[in-house]
Design a protein around this ligand. Structure first.
Ligand SMILES: *Cc1c(COP(=O)(O)O)cnc(C)c1O
Length: 420
């Protein structure tokens, strides 16, 4: 049990449990050490930079989807000067974005041959300067679409029909015919979401089938994110053997003759189950059942509850007794025999959106105003997606290290005003 007085902490507040992040980093480090692949943090999913000390120590750099993420990765994890990679992919770069990326990026990945052609000369100019200084040049790559992904729902599937992400095999062939691959040193695919190594293995056969002919010309392949490496049932040894096998079978025909370099860029797997969102019950109303209104919102603070959608794991902490009771399950009228707690509540947020509903939960003891709620596993894809919709205050950010809570950041009215 956590020896923390939850009622002394601010609410709502996202709280990193740093030893859990360290356990994730240890697994990722093992993958790097044993497979020889580099692991980058995808900032899209997890950007809790105020506690990046150990991320910086262990991971090989950052994966960014544009100039702001690239800057954050460069500033807080490092760039070529500290032997870290900043790999940037965007569905489309504007010229001024490329200009801003020149001092920051180590890898720039394009989503089309047209984008590659549009920005190639600018990058090659910069590379002349870098080479003159004895620094490694910016490496250019192309994102491909292997027409195979096991991801559902479609909103998260980069290979869904008419996807704009990645070059399809026929477009790739056309691109090679009209422009060649001179200047391109890597291929990138991102087709996974919360998946295991066996999904990767199946995907690699499609990569091989559609793009295998080009791999010998490449110095690196980026396997994207969505690898759920730190999940308890993930077969880490299988991933390591896949990566080693891939490296052993593909050698670039460059003068260095090294095995091909591989990148993985997970976001979720870094921030997986390493912290919680603490909230408070503000009121309980009745309408065909009890509805608890919290100081945190599904829409503004846990958007994946509505988008995915998914039902968070949670526990309540009694204000009266301090006792912690995990949720005893979702209940439905249609499902009368299911064993759940006898005290049942719908949890909703403080916004005026009717659909700001976190879910239906049950307990063996009653919920009371003033009780606190722990929403488990709320560090990834939450903070990075937060909004001040309806003027709801942004949750504070904190960390528990060695049993002690430290408040890292609180937000104010200004954060709301300044973005409107
Ligand atoms: C979203 C994304 C990632 C990270 O995905 P996770 O599911 O968080 O591991 C990596 N690379 C690209 C290109 C992405 O779009």
């Amino acid at each position: 049990m956590r020896a923390i007085d939850y009622f002394s902490l601010p609410s709502p507040c996202y709280i990193l449990e740093s030893h859990k992040l360290d356990s994730n980093l240890a697994i990722l480090n093992r993958v790097q050490q044993e497979s020889g692949a580099k692991i980058l943090l995808a900032l899209k999913g997890y950007a809790f930079w105020r506690r990046f000390q150990n991320v910086r120590q262990i991971l090989s750099g950052s994966a960014a989807s544009g100039i702001y993420e690239a800057r954050l990765g460069f500033e807080e994890i490092g760039g070529r000067e500290s032997a870290k990679d900043v790999c940037v992919f965007s569905p489309a770069f504007k010229p001024e974005e490329i200009t801003a990326l020149l001092p920051i990026a180590t890898h720039i990945i394009f989503n089309s041959f047209a984008q590659f052609q549009a920005h190639k000369l600018t990058i090659e100019e910069k590379n002349k300067q870098l080479k003159a200084l004895g620094l490694s040049p910016i490496s250019m790559g192309l994102r491909v679409n292997p027409l195979y992904s096991e991801v559902t729902p479609a909103i998260y599937n980069p290979c869904a029909p008419k996807s704009r992400l990645g070059i399809t095999p026929d477009q790739f062939q056309k691109g090679v015919e009209s422009h060649g691959l001179s200047g391109i040193s890597g291929l990138h695919f991102h087709t996974h979401c919360e998946q295991d190594s066996y999904a990767l293995e199946r995907t690699l056969t499609h990569i091989q089938k559609h793009f295998g002919a080009y791999i010998p010309q490449m110095q690196w392949i980026n396997f994207g994110g969505g690898h759920h490496i730190t999940r308890a049932d993930y077969d880490v040894d299988h991933l390591i053997s896949l990566l080693k096998e891939f490296r052993a079978t593909h050698c670039p025909n460059t003068s260095t003759a090294d095995a091909i370099e591989l990148f993985l860029e997970p976001g979720e797997a870094v921030g997986w189950q390493c912290g919680f969102l603490l909230a408070e019950v503000i009121d309980i109303v009745e309408n065909d059942g009890q509805i608890a209104i919290l100081d945190t919102s599904a829409s503004a603070h846990m958007p994946d509850c509505l988008e995915m959608p998914y039902r968070p794991s949670l526990a309540k902490i009694s204000k009266a007794s301090g006792e912690i009771e995990p949720d005893k399950g979702e209940w439905h009228e249609r499902d009368k025999n299911k064993k759940v707690g006898s005290y049942r509540y719908r949890f909703g947020g403080p916004t005026c959106l009717s659909g700001d509903i976190i879910g239906d939960f049950s307990f063996d003891s009653p919920l009371c105003v003033g009780d606190r709620i722990i929403f488990e596993d709320m560090l990834h894809y939450t903070i990075v997606k937060n909004t001040t919709f309806n003027g709801v205050p942004l949750p504070s950010l904190g960390v528990i290290e060695n049993g002690t809570f430290t408040l890292l950041k609180s937000f104010s009215y200004t954060d709301y005003k300044e973005r409107n």
